[in-house]
Design a protein around this ligand. Structure first.
Ligand code: 5GP
Ligand code: ZN
Length: 111
């Protein structure tokens, strides 16, 4: 299996897990851009948001992002981002939501 996030889901690569539900896993980003930076991924491989065709999974992903925000006490505010495909700046080609917070965020994140 080549996809790093599939390997994390399978337990074949290490990650600091934050939250898990039936179809979704959340874990710490390896290069955090803020005090809280957690990635929320579907357990089955989906390339990007462009390929997401499952409304139930879409809801579970967003709900997991909200759970992460609550678990990490982000009541002051946070941001949920997904970079999709090349022009969107996506580097890992397994759909993921970034949950970022713990500091005052600028108007945009990343590149
Ligand atoms: P993208 O640019 O695709 O939206 O973001 C990919 C994110 O995945 C980056 O923030 C990067 O730090 C994170 N990342 C890449 N490889 C790994 C890894 O092996 N483990 C973890 N936990 N995060 C990773
Ligand atoms: Zn994958």
């Amino acid at each position: 299996m080549e996809c790093i996030f599939c390997r994390i889901v399978a337990g074949e690569a290490p990650a600091r897990r934050v939250f898990e539900s039936e179809h979704v896993l959340a874990f710490e980003d390896i290069h955090p851009q803020a005090p809280v930076h957690v990635l929320v991924v579907p357990k089955r491989h989906v390339d990007s948001l462009f390929e997401l065709d499952d409304k139930t999974l879409a809801g579970e992903l967003l709900f997991a992002a909200a759970e992460v925000a609550r678990l990490r006490s982000l009541a002051r505010g946070f941001r949920v981002i997904t970079n999709a495909r090349r022009d969107g700046g996506q580097e890992v080609e397994h759909l993921h939501l970034h949950v970022v917070g713990g500091r005052r965020l600028g108007r945009m994140l990343g590149s």
